[in-house]
Write a protein that binds this ligand. Sequence first.
Ligand code: FE
Length: 188
Amino acid sequence: MIADDIISIYDGRGATAYFGEGVTVAEHCLQAAQFGRRSEASDALVVAALLHDIGHLIETVPDQISDWKTDGRHELVGGNWLASHFGPDVCEPVRLHVAAKRYLCATENDYRDALSAASVVTLGLQGGAMSPNELTAFEAEPYFRDAVLLRRWDDQAKIVGYPTPDFEHFRPLVERLAAKYAAGPRRT
Ligand code: FE
């Protein structure tokens, strides 16, 4: 069952990996989902926020962000993994959430200054602010607005001690969206 797999991934590596922030990846993702809920986002986008960093947990990267020499493209790892279980309304914002950071760096003056130190380190590995051509291509993505929303919750979701529900709270939602995808027409 996909929800069991997700919960065991977050309860395992997700509960111990920090990747340069003051919160674990699991805490970070729960906060992002909580911010999505508070913004009255769609169920799919709340689940995307909850799962946006799962690519970090299913690939092997050093725990110390200063040891990252290349970008692991965790958004692609996660987006591809999720595409076996959820529709594009979940997977696409996940796949695009790093591009959204590069987009906001190019389009909002103060955005980069507000990033965490770890996010600035990875920004360099991820290619920095988007070029004009990249901006045009990004805005042509059907889910680019959702990716930008997710990105803003992602950037906020680094608050030590911030109370959130646990993953079990989101289980019914995850199962409902996975069941909807399984029952729908398959993409080839
Ligand atoms: Fe994140």
